[in-house]
Design a protein around this ligand. Structure first.
Ligand SMILES: Cc1cc2nc3c(=O)[nH]c(=O)nc-3n(C[C@H](O)[C@H](O)[C@H](O)COP(=O)(O)OP(=O)(O)OC[C@H]3O[C@@H](n4cnc5c(N)ncnc54)[C@H](O)[C@@H]3O)c2cc1C
Length: 510
């Protein structure tokens, strides 16, 4: 079956987001020959635009879905333990404006901590009004009656995703970005036995065969199921958009993340210290047609500014925004779900009549669990030899518990390679004086992290576009030139890259 334009694997995964890479890691670590294909870049979809929380979801307690919260809290533990260079425990302060909030969250935190049990990240505490304002001095003081501090996790989503790719590769897996599935192949018994892909950079097509093919395309799950089974209209997944604004940290300078407990639409809003900035989000807006790289709506931006202004002791305006980014949640539908904020964050497996397995829903925090459940499902339903999951304690690429200083700490032990590149090129310069990234990192991303475009570097290998869109745009020429030198590309390539990055950048600016 295999020739120069085709290859055969045990398991193929479509989609290079948190779900796809979680499954890929599980599959390769259990010894399956595994391929993962991503149509654009890893994390180009939702997985680069999360709020960066590693959590059980304290707000889901309101739905009394204790099992869902407990699962998230368990996974939070493995998540942080397996990648301490990328994920950490973070204190979250909840300021209360009234007794109702105080009682609700007092109870919530007690339940949250008891569900975490031994896997608790630290001790929660309740604060007087004075203590609350001392610990978060930028809070508007008039309405606050007190607060509470509890612990959850925080991480950098695309750095973790690239680290999953690297770990997967060390286990023998093959990961291809810019490789889009355009159709399926079928065996004589009409069961799916392969994918036809197009390389989005050079237009080449190729076929990959596998006994088991898994769809992990998030908000695009239904369209891939429809492509596999052309006679059926699958409607399993809904999409809901969430937007974040990023500010200089001076706008809300606190070591604590802040959880605003009750917004006008009955949600919560986070203000998080992230890459030396303040990241604020998110909204929840129903989406009819999912898009890969959505743009924030004006009313989402206004809403976040309004809530932030209510809690901040100084005025906050559009001029303060450094970047804005939006993502779309893949939510598993049930017939009665109307309000997307209330649709459960549970994950679910679907299978078409011709054997395409889809894993959808869930959240970043439980990427490992979603991977484990998918491979368990394949082994069980296809009557394979049952293997044990090895990912609970699988240390991810670059693992170290050493406290390596920011900004290179995020690479863990791999930062040595960047230092070598700095010495090789005799280049110790930053990309831009308002960004914490070295020029040598670009070369590292090209050589070792599958970076193929200027956007890959500025949006996902570094987080420049998300923390300061103007500075990211100003760095694009340097990035294009460094990449062109490394890869032997011409001036035309650089021009095309700049044009396309400038368009993309528009979505991240207000
Ligand atoms: C605003 C927001 C905030 C969030 N915050 C958090 C949080 O703080 N903590 C948390 O735990 N979770 C959070 N989540 C949830 C989490 O981000 C998502 O559940 C998760 O990223 C979904 O990952 P995924 O891999 O399923 O989808 P995606 O990341 O979208 O990946 C799907 C991939 O499939 C690819 N694809 C599509 N079609 C094809 C094709 N034909 N061929 C090949 N590839 C294809 C796409 O290009 C895409 O990259 C948040 C979500 C949103 C929207």
């Amino acid at each position: 079956m295999t020739n120069s334009n085709s290859e055969t694997y045990d398991i193929i995964i479509i989609g290079g987001g948190a779900t796809g890479l979680g499954i890929a890691l599980e599959s390769a670590s259990r010894g399956y020959r595994t391929l993962v294909v991503e149509a654009y870049d890893y994390g180009k979809g939702t997985s680069s635009k999360s709020t960066k929380l590693v959590h059980g979801g304290i707000r889901y307690l309101a739905n009394l879905d204790f099992a869902l919260v407990k699962e998230g809290l368990e996974e939070r533990y493995y998540f942080i333990n397996n990648a301490p260079h990328l994920a950490k425990a973070q204190t979250y302060l909840i300021p209360f404006q009234n007794i109702k909030e105080k009682i609700k969250y007092w109870l919530g935190i007690k339940i949250y901590d008891s569900l975490a049990g031994k896997l608790k990240l630290g001790k929660s505490r309740f604060l007087s009004k004075e203590e609350t304002l001392r610990e978060a001095p930028d809070l508007a003081s008039e309405k606050i009656i007190g607060g509470a501090v509890y612990l959850d996790g925080q991480f950098d989503d695309t750095r973790l995703l690239i680290t999953l790719v690297k770990t997967f590769e060390t286990l023998g897996g093959t990961a291809l970005n810019y490789t889009k599935v355009t159709d399926f192949t079928y065996a004589d018994n009409k069961q799916i036995n392969g994918i036809i892909v197009k390389n989005q950079l050079n237009e080449e097509t190729k076929t990959y065969f596998a006994k088991h093919i898994i769809n992990a395309t998030g908000t695009f799950s239904d369209s891939i199921m429809n492509l596999a089974e052309k006679t059926t209209q699958h409607k399993n997944v809904a999409a809901a958009q969430g937007t974040h604004l990023v500010f200089d940290k001076e706008i809300f300078n606190s070591d604590h993340a802040i959880l605003i407990p009750e917004t006008g639409d009955g949600r919560v809003l986070f203000i998080l210290p992230w890459h030396d900035k303040a990241l604020v989000g998110t909204t929840d807006v129903k989406v009819n047609e999912p898009t890969l790289d959505p743009q924030a709506q004006e009313n989402e931006i206004d809403f976040i500014l309004e809530v932030l202004s209510e809690y901040c002791n100084k005025p906050v305006s559009r001029h303060d925004i450094k970047s804005v980014f939006s993502g779309q949640r893949p939510l598993v539908k049930s017939a009665k779900d109307k309000n997307t904020a209330k649709i459960s964050r549970k994950h679910e497996i679907f299978e078409t009549g011709n054997g395409l397995v889809t894993m959808a829903g869930g959240k970043w925090t439980i990427y490992r669990r979603m991977g484990q459940d998918t491979i368990d499902y394949i082994e069980k339903t296809r009557k394979l030899h049952k293997t044990q999951s090895r990912t609970h304690h699988l240390r991810l690429f670059g693992y170290t518990t050493d406290k390596i200083p920011y900004p290179l700490g995020i690479y863990g032990t791999a930062r040595e390679e960047i230092i070598k590149i700095q010495q090789e090129l005799n280049n110790f310069q930053l990309l831009h004086n308002e960004l914490p990234y070295f020029q040598a990192e670009v070369i590292y991303h090209v050589r070792y992290e599958h970076a193929k475009t200027v956007e890959d570097i500025l949006a996902r290998r570094t987080r420049a576009l998300l923390i300061n869109s103007k500075a990211a745009l100003a760095s694009a020429t340097t990035v294009a030139s460094l990449m062109a030198n490394e890869l032997g590309y011409d001036h035309l390539w650089q021009q095309q890259q700049l044009k396309s990055f400038t368009t993309e950048c528009g979505k991240y600016s207000v």
